[in-house]
Write a protein that binds this ligand. Structure first.
Ligand code: NA7
Length: 544
């Protein structure tokens, strides 16, 4: 270690989103001293940064909250079936207050580097404010969608109007009243923002490269009956979610779309469509596996789009045809497709002729200039790995994480990566993460990490590290399972396809939340199979 530590703690936690908050709480309960670093001015992570108009969770409110403390889940009331961003952020702040989390958090502080010292077996964590903290454990709760990405169009700084990215929305909000607005992108964020911006703007032009499937949310106010139904059965429901396919209770049908008559299939899809939300994808058990089954569901949604959008040419542009439904993150919306029936909304297809450059007054596509007062980039994130590889993380022999992951992330269980002892990732690549209810997956990871640290401490062990062999097998398994599904056939951010030059590997683990939990639990119960657990080194003992 060359730097002199300005503080010494048991664990540094990077990020004060739902992962970092619960990790802090758990480790404190176990008597560890912790320091959380957070780039934002407050807690909430994803829900702190993504304040764009219409931002909303696509998991039902009653299922999108911590389950680790019954008083916490009983005392909080959601106002809508699907909570909007401001309410989720309020909830995060409520939890931070209740558990007195902020006293161990340092806000407006970005972690720039973390180095493992092989002699002391400690991490030195550095920040952009000059902190140098020595910690036994370094826990990356950095989020899966936390590095926003803007395309690097020529002329980005020429445009004289305002530009925004959905993932970095101004805290004071933006009033688009009377403005000519351009939105670039038609992913989840755009699909939520477009209907709201359209109601304000003088004119909205949407630039679409790839259309997306979206299901109406059927959002509405929470009713006391519905809330009580959940709250009185929370213990069973939460347990069921933990062992489910994706951490969300969707009432899945366990039969193939091919096993029923045409009429029955349509009736089931119709029923799911009218219920709304992502449970549409649970209409049959093979929509992610069988192209023929998937085609039925995809065509059903395309027909819905054709029925909703009045102009047939616009409807056809909005109807996704290039990827199976669900293989790019399925979107959940409120009035998205209907928005294209408004007189002040225009859809521009940029799939064949891309946006060429930003200009002083707007943007250019071929010979056509589009003039705007404001441009919104709804262009997504360097998902799952971008935030980690931008931190200068160095493990054994000074190996940089970004070099180790040059051809794609390599992890064991998405929890650790070989060569980086005592560094854990919360919902890292190779874990169910973005294919699941994030809070269910966060709780599972945090509980596993806390259990692992307790195990080490109870046996006076110093260090845990993933074996390369175990890691190789896990990476192979993650790929093997992914390639049994239709997912890799889409150019999605799950595959790293949205970032030029990013290796094409399937980033999350698609084996299912319940199955994954069992695997993690079994590995822990069998003495952390595939990990090396080390007693304190002679040097570390001598240094004490
Ligand atoms: P996404 O889902 O990555 O969407 C980004 C959108 O931006 C997508 O439609 C892209 O088209 C489009 N895009 C990106 N670059 C360009 C350029 N150069 N020209 C035109 N269009 C472009 O990000 P979101 O923020 O919407 O959602 C991320 C997740 O957050 C979401 O899945 C939820 O889990 C919450 P493309 O599809 O690449 O052709």
């Amino acid at each position: 270690m060359t730097e002199t530590a300005t503080a010494t703690v048991d664990a540094v936690i990077v990020g004060a989103g739902f992962g970092g908050m619960y990790m802090l709480h758990q480790l404190r309960e176990q008597g560890l001293t912790c320091r959380v670093f957070e780039a934002g001015t407050g807690v909430g992570g994803t829900w702190y940064w993504n304040r764009y108009p219409g931002a909303r969770c696509d998991v039902e409110s009653m299922q999108y909250s911590y389950s680790f403390a019954d008083d916490l889940q009983q005392e909080w009331s959601w106002s809508e079936l699907f909570a909007g961003q401001p309410e989720i952020l309020q909830y995060a702040n409520h939890v931070a207050d209740r558990l007195d989390l902020r006293r161990d958090m340092r806000f407006e502080t970005r972690v720039t580097g973390a180095k493992f010292d092989e002699t002391s077996r400690r991490w030195t964590v550095m920040t952009d404010r000059g902190d140098i903290v020595s910690a036994r454990f370094c826990i990356m709760a950095t989020g899966c969608l936390s590095t926003a990405r803007k395309p690097d169009f020529p002329g980005m700084d020429l445009f004289k109007g305002q530009t925004y990215h959905t993932g970095h929305w101004p805290h004071e909000g933006v009033d688009f009243t009377g403005l000519r607005v351009g939105v670039i992108g038609t992913g989840s964020s755009a699909i939520q923002a477009i209907p709201v911006i359209a109601r304000q703007a003088k004119h909205l032009t949407v630039f679409q490269r790839t259309p997306n499937f979206s299901i109406p949310s059927r959002n509405g106010p929470m009713t006391p009956d519905y809330e009580n139904q959940w709250k009185t059965t929370y213990p069973e429901q939460r347990e069921k979610a933990r062992h489910s396919r994706n951490g969300v209770l969707t009432n899945p049908n366990d039969f193939s779309a091919l096993s029923v008559s045409d009429q029955e299939r349509t009736a089931i899809l119709e029923q799911r469509w009218s219920e709304g939300g992502t449970r549409f994808m649970a209409a049959f058990n093979d929509l992610a596996l069988n192209k023929q089954s998937n085609d039925f569901a995809a065509e059903f949604v395309r027909d819905k789009i054709r029925a909703m959008v009045k102009d047939p040419a616009t409807a056809e542009l909005l109807a996704p045809k290039g990827h199976p439904i669900g293989t790019k993150r399925i979107c959940v919306d409120t009035d998205y497709f209907l928005t294209y029936n408004r007189d002040n909304v225009t859809l521009v297809d940029v799939s064949q002729t891309p946006i060429e450059a930003l200009t002083e007054t707007g943007l250019r596509i071929g010979e056509t200039e589009h003039e705007f007062d404001a441009i919104v980039f709804a262009t997504g994130f360097d998902a799952m790995t971008g935030t980690l590889t931008r931190i200068d993380i160095r493990g054994r022999d000074g190996e940089a994480l970004k070099d180790k992951w040059e051809a794609g992330p390599r992890t064991y269980l998405g929890l650790m990566t070989a060569g980086f002892p005592n560094m854990f990732m919360i919902t890292g690549p190779g874990s169910p993460s973005v294919l699941s209810n994030m809070i269910v997956s966060i709780e599972q990871h945090v509980d596993w990490v806390a259990g692992c640290i307790a195990h080490l401490d109870a046996r006076q062990l110093d260090c845990i590290e993933a074996d390369r062999d175990a890691e190789n097998k896990w990476v192979d398994h993650v790929n093997e399972v992914a390639f049994k599904t239709l997912y890799p056939s889409a150019n999605s951010w799950y595959m790293g396809a949205n970032i030029p030059g990013k290796p094409r590997v399937f980033l999350p683990y698609i084996g299912g939340v319940g199955h994954y939990r069992q695997t993690c639990d079994r590995i822990a119960a069998e003495g952390y199979e595939g990990f090396q657990l080390l007693p304190p080194s002679r040097e570390a003992v001598a240094a004490e």
